[in-house]
Design a protein around this ligand. Structure first.
Ligand code: CAA
Length: 379
């Protein structure tokens, strides 16, 4: 990896400063309350963090992918929920409009998304379509100049507050299941569209992940993203970029846990000296730091490939696979260093340990990443 540019370093330093001042102080409380930190949204918007990948002509910051990834990492170092709020809004809702939207769709949606006036979400998963994303059963039936949506989505990150949804629905039952899917841009206030109660989760508890219900939801034909039948490929391409974002989230969670462990190792005294003087603790810290740096390099590599216009889906899968498992390992060691204290809510590593696990699951489980990597190896 080439060293970071001055601009990328500036992003890292300014987002870290912001996250320390505005994001970290809320992290423990919003976790306890299972409440998304919506009060942070205007501050994220003011810093340009909700439209980083959006060109300036649409009101975004127009940064490269790596800068955006660094920002996600820095947010996650302070609060995993805040990081995924920005990640899902950017990678999963804004990016597909940027990549596949018509000029009219871009003009209509990107300025509101880039400035944070509206937040976005991505609705692919259903009770019967998790890893098997091609099994989506929500239907979109064309009637004149409208589509009529019926069905249900689950675990929709940001669903509780998002106003713009990328919805994957079935427009055809002919041929292979994935070929009958299409993508739509759906507004929250459309009649028949309701949002259920959010799930109570092991980690990222403050993140909103409710089910969505569509009951004869009529949307204009112009809400179709791409062509009919493109939905699966749009979803897969969207997730390629999203997976680098989740890898960055995992790196940030692990980095936060490492820093907390270093501070603890310096101040916790046992046997008459700080525990950091014990080789057992030193070796754990060294292993954690090495693991994190390896994950960071894989993540930056995937982002760098995207920036240079090269295929990056396999690299993103590799980064997410490694970083999800790495974050679980590192946060587990962080608890071990903290001993009994680390097992309590009084120390941030307890939350980090719970938050890390989801990075092995959402935007494709470890097993999905292995399928993608293996398929590419055997092609
Ligand atoms: N980009 C573009 N096209 C792609 C693609 C990609 N990355 N990957 C596959 N395709 C195309 C293939 O070329 C193929 O095209 P043809 O039909 O023309 O041949 C088609 O899509 C089907 O591909 P596969 O045969 O590989 O598809 P599959 O049914 O075997 O599924 C899978 C592969 C990788 C398992 C996929 O279903 C998958 O990614 N599943 C996991 C879903 C997932 O990640 N969900 C996350 C939900 S969102 C979320 O979690 C957000 C959050 O909370 C924050």
């Amino acid at each position: 990896m080439a060293p970071l540019t001055d601009e990328q370093r500036l992003v890292r330093d300014s987002v870290r400063e912001f996250a320390d001042a505005e994001v970290a102080p809320l992290a423990a409380q919003i976790d306890i309350e299972h409440r998304p930190p919506l009060e942070t949204v205007p501050k994220l918007a003011e810093l340009g963090l909700l439209g980083m990948i959006v060109p300036a002509e649409y009101g975004g910051s127009g940064t490269d992918t790596l800068s955006y990834i660094i920002a996600i990492e820095e947010l996650a170092r302070a609060c995993a929920t805040t990081a995924v709020m920005v990640e899902a809004h950017t990678s999963l809702a804004t990016w597909p409009i940027l990549a596949f939207g018509t000029a009219q769709q871009r003009d209509r949606w990107l300025p509101a998304l880039a400035t944070g006036e509206k937040l976005g979400a991505f609705a692919l998963t259903e009770p019967g379509a998790g890893t098997d994303a091609g099994a989506v059963a929500t239907t979109a039936v064309r009637e004149g100049e409208e589509y009529v949506l019926n069905g249900q989505k689950v675990f929709i990150t940001g669903g509780g507050y998002a106003e713009v949804f990328i919805v994957i629905a079935r427009t055809s039952h002919e041929g292979a299941p994935h070929k009958g899917l299409s993508a739509f841009i759906v507004e929250r206030d459309t009649p028949g569209f309701t949002v259920g109660e959010g799930e109570r989760k092991l980690g990222i508890r403050a993140s909103s992940t409710p089910p969505l219900m569509f009951s004869d939801v009529r949307i204009p034909a112009g809400a179709l993203l791409g062509n009919e039948g493109d939905g699966f490929k749009i979803a897969m391409a969207t997730l390629d970029g999203g997976r680098t974002g989740i890898a960055a989230q995992a790196v940030g969670i692990a980095q936060g846990a490492l820093e907390a462990s270093i501070a603890y190792a310096k101040q916790r005294v046992q046997f008459g000296k700080p525990i950091g003087a014990q080789q057992a603790i030193q070796w754990m810290l060294a292993d954690m730091s090495t693991d994190i740096e390896a994950g960071r390099q894989l993540t930056y590599l995937a982002a760098g490939l995207e920036d240079s216009g090269e295929p990056f889906g396999e690299a993103a899968a590799r980064a997410k696979l490694f970083c999800g498992q790495m974050a679980s390992r590192v946060t587990g060691m962080a608890i071990q260093i903290h001993g009994g204290n680390g097992y309590t809510e009084a120390y941030p590593v307890e939350r980090a340990y719970r938050d890390a696990k989801i990075t092995e699951i959402y935007e494709g489980t470890n097993e999905v990443q292995r399928m993608i990597i293996a398929k590419s190896l055997l092609r």
